[in-house]
Write a protein that binds this ligand. Structure first.
Ligand code: SDX
Length: 430
């Protein structure tokens, strides 16, 4: 806590509020007593200036384009680490020793199967259901099968539920994909690493051996690392708010998946690829840039802009590099969509509208091209985002549950509706 205070003056009255300092980043004004002392609420639609919690997990410096997981820069983790090591780091706060890593991988590996009866949920959906609809439904149903890890007051059960979520999301995501394309489910295989196992469950068929390409598996693993956590974004805030009522972790993650689906959030990777396909060729880019700048046109450049990053999203740089690696490995280096994306980025970054509004490519701009090259349909892109973000959601949920100061989230409002009035019988209404 810093010894600074913030003074609020309304009319002839003034109040002092404590200012809290973090280890890095902006200080906060603690307004938890504001209403009690002043009779006023604050008003901040979209929470552009409001910290909802204290956290030790992830830090973003939007102006510098910095992203730290438990203090480690995303570039270093993506370069030298792997996704399960990142999961351990986000959950426990430190990088694992070799023994801790081996034990964690083992514990996750032995939770990758789901209850056999859960496979019946899928047949209740139409084959052409969006896989995100399936994910919301099936993940929400997990609490009906794993009620022995829903008592959130028990640290043991919290950790088992966390492991189960991390371990089972690839299995459920792969099943949603297989169901979508009418192929049989492929069971997890314990001899594979996390990302190879996921690719195998998605792309293997019973009719023949499927060999996982190690370059593509490494790219998949890095894509999971990039999407793992991101402070208090919309879906993470949804998970925290759901968890603040005491809801079980599976239900909270299902709520996070529902929120992530929106095109302004995790659905942007699907929307960005659809946009690149609609643009089609480099010569049509000016038409779309003009539309993105037109106040009367709701069109936005998908994969561009960010609430926090007012500089290049560090994840987008790594994603662009991964995109080149995957396309190179698959002999797709001249993918026309990549040419459109590179040219669109170049034009936008020199256009005064985007420069003035500090709009840069975000993680979703290059992920769609990469995921399509890996063999996924656009409808699976946000499912992959949800798979990776599950560890961030669960780490933030655990931190919220274990925070002694946490209470049920219940925002207030600025009411501008009708004041109190008496009911009039319908016979008297004209
Ligand atoms: C993710 O929060 C997170 O951390 C999210 C995420 C994560 O890892 O969890 O990083 C993942 O969601 C990335 C963002 C993916 N979304 C998109 O790519 C969709 C396109 N982007 C926009 O919808 C928008 O940039 C947002 C939603 C991402 C951010 O919007 P903000 O912060 O609410 O900003 P804003 O809408 O107020 O925009 C500020 C100005 C506006 O113009 P003015 O009203 O000031 O004149 O910039 C304009 C906007 O019109 N603008 C854009 C634009 N994004 C913002 N104009 C054209 N194209 C865009 N993409």
């Amino acid at each position: 806590m810093s010894d600074k205070t913030a003074t609020l003056t309304i009319g002839d009255k003034s109040w002092d509020f404590p200012v809290k300092a973090g280890t890095i980043g902006p200080d906060v004004i603690d307004i938890s007593k504001l209403y009690a002392q002043t009779g006023h609420f604050t008003y901040d639609p979209g929470f552009t200036s409001t910290a909802s919690c204290e956290s030790h997990i992830t830090y973003i410096d939007g102006d510098k384009g910095v992203l730290l997981y438990r203090g480690y820069p995303i570039e270093q983790i993506a370069e030298h680490g792997d996704f399960l090591e990142t999961c351990y780091l986000l959950l426990y706060g430190e990088l694992p020793t070799p023994a801790q890593k081996a034990d964690f991988v083992n514990r996750v590996t032995y939770h990758t199967m789901i209850h056999e009866q859960m496979s019946r949920f899928f047949s209740g959906f139409r084959r052409d259901a969006h896989p995100m609809a399936v994910m919301v439904g099936v993940v929400g149903a997990l609490s009906a099968f794993y009620h022995d890890s829903t008592d959130i007051s028990d640290p043991q059960q919290r950790m088992i539920a966390s492991l189960r979520m991390i371990a089972k999301m690839p299995t459920i995501a792969a099943m949603a994909y297989k169901y979508h394309i009418g192929q049989p489910f492929i069971y997890p295989r314990n001899e594979y690493d996390y990302s190879s196992n996921f690719l195998h469950m998605c792309f293997a068929v019973p009719a023949e051996e499927y060999k996982v390409n190690p370059v593509l598996a490494r790219a998949m693993d890095r894509i999971f690392i990039l999407h793992a956590d991101h402070e208090q974004n919309a879906s993470t805030s949804t998970v925290r708010l759901a968890g603040s009522s005491g809801a079980n972790p599976f239900a909270c993650i299902a709520a996070g998946i529902a929120c992530l689906w929106g095109p302004a959030h995790g659905g942007a990777n699907e929307a960005a690829l659809n946009m690149l396909q609609e643009i089609g060729t480099v010569d049509r880019i000016p038409e779309f840039i003009a539309r993105a700048k037109d106040k009367n046109d709701p069109f936005r450049l998908m994969g561009f802009g960010h609430r926090v990053y007012k500089n290049y999203d560090p994840r987008a740089r790594i994603m662009q590099k991964t995109c080149h690696e995957v396309l190179g490995e698959l002999g797709l280096r001249d993918d026309p969509l990549l040419q459109v994306a590179l040219e669109l980025e170049k034009i936008a970054l020199h256009d005064e509208y985007f420069v003035e509004k500090k709009l840069y490519p975000n993680i979703d701009f290059y992920s769609g091209i990469t995921l399509r090259a890996l063999g996924f349909p656009t409808t699976m892109f946000t499912v992959l985002f949800a798979l990776a973000r599950t560890v961030g959601w669960i780490a933030q949920w655990k931190e919220m549950v274990e925070d002694p100061s946490q209470k049920i989230g219940r925002p207030r409002q600025l009411f501008t509706g009708a004041g109190q009035r008496d009911y009039s019988p319908i016979s008297q209404r004209r």
